[in-house]
Design a protein around this ligand. Structure first.
Ligand code: PLP
Length: 382
């Protein structure tokens, strides 16, 4: 037996079987990635890069042309006064979050995570030797419970990880909530890691807010974003982050020693995405919105299912506690009876009693899946 790091005991089992093509006949509400293909202009730019021989290591922080375009985007769209020197291009937004956690966390340090949350946050903090501190969100609308966050802050709090629009709940936090969390971060001297990977997917007139734009937050925020969700580029593995001073300096070291640089022939492609492909993004977001209202109404018509307004991202988080059964058993029943796959809330901290539905699946498939569930639920043994 090899002697593994004791930290691995706290990392959980991971999520396998979520990616790749679905088994035949199965309708999958589990996938957290766009069902759209990457827009053609982005693909063509990558092909040109490959043909040109853009296949070598590049600057660790990322090629300047893309970092400048990202800084300009952060300024124009998010209101963050960003400089290209403060931007790192990473292997997906995931690496950016991990770099931040590693740069900030000493063994025993605490990182607050409003939960249910994307499970990788807990795992990253545990791998870094820190203590994930899950804080339950409000059960009615899945927004952060500011009083509960306040109570979780301690001398060992190094950071909080915020994700709005949210995976798995679909919540979009408002400016007042960000302000309350910013005040806590300033008063207690901790950093906000703001995962904004779903920023364009906000519905019903809601507005995405970047916490780095609030007073005194620029220098204590790591803003994380990427191309995976917005541009349907999950397999390309291109993300980025913005921070200032020693914070970005330390994350540059983590990034350099872990990865050297992001994929060279993805750079010009990502640049084309930023500069030319917003209409493609808007088209995809419009389609998610169309599915969202159908999925919400369809799920709410199933006895025992209660689906609060999905405000953003492409997830509906449905309260199924009225059915009175463990959600892993419910997911198994629906897979067997209805050939649909759904993530049970039990897979998320504080998620038992809920199910996560991704509507990044074609409209007619979502519709058929809901019909199948409607027929399968009455067959549950009481
Ligand atoms: N953050 C959240 C909340 C996510 O759901 C995901 C992917 O599922 C990521 C970050 C990672 O995205 P990327 O593909 O850019 O690494």
């Amino acid at each position: 037996m090899v002697r593994l790091s004791g930290k691995m005991k706290n990392v959980g089992k991971g999520f396998y079987g979520l990616f790749g093509p679905p088994p035949q006949g199965v309708i999958r509400f589990t996938v957290g990635e766009p069902d759209f293909d990457t827009p053609d202009p982005i693909k063509m730019a990558a092909i040109t890069s490959l043909v040109k021989g853009d296949t070598h290591y590049i600057d660790s922080d990322g090629r300047l042309s893309l970092r400048e375009a990202i800084a300009a985007k952060l300024k124009a769209e998010n209101g963050i006064a960003a400089d290209a020197k403060e931007v790192i291009v990473t292997i997906g937004g995931k690496e950016a979050i991990f770099d931040a956690v590693l740069a900030l966390t000493d063994v025993g340090d605490e990182v607050i995570i409003p939960s249910p949350a994307w499970p990788s946050y807990d795992a990253m903090v545990a791998i870094a030797g820190g203590r994930p501190m899950p804080v339950k969100v409000r059960p009615d609308n899945y927004h952060p419970d500011i009083e509960a966050i306040k109570s979780a802050v301690s001398k060992r709090t190094k950071a909080i990880i915020l994700n709005s629009p949210n995976n798995p709940t679909g919540a979009v936090f408002d400016r007042g909530e960000f302000k309350a969390i910013a005040d806590l971060a300033i008063d207690h001297d901790f950093v906000v890691i703001s995962d904004e990977i779903y920023e364009y997917m906000v519905y019903g007139g809601r507005k995405h807010v970047s916490i780095a734009t609030l007073p005194d937050m620029r220098d204590r925020t790591v803003t994380v974003n990427g191309f995976s969700k917005a541009y349907a580029m999950t397999g390309w593995r291109i993300g980025y982050m913005h921070a200032t001073g020693d914070l970005i300096g330390s994350m540059k070291l983590v990034h350099m020693h872990a990865t050297t640089c992001a994929v060279s022939f993805g750079y010009d492609a990502a640049l084309v995405g930023l500069k030319e492909c917003r209409p493609h993004v808007d088209r995809m977001v419009k389609e998610y919105d169309r599915r969202r209202t159908m999925v919400r109404d369809g799920l709410n018509s199933i006895p025992g299912f209660k689906c609060p307004e999905p405000e953003g991202a492409f997830y509906a988080f449905v309260n199924v506690s009225a059915l009175g059964m463990p959600t892993r058993d419910l997911a198994k029943h629906l897979f067997k009876e209805a050939n649909v796959m759904i993530i049970p809330g039990a897979d998320f901290t504080f998620g038992e009693g809920y199910m996560r539905f991704s509507y990044a699946t074609a409209y007619d498939k979502c519709e058929e899946g809901i019909e199948r569930i409607k027929k399968a639920v009455p067959k549950l043994k009481k």
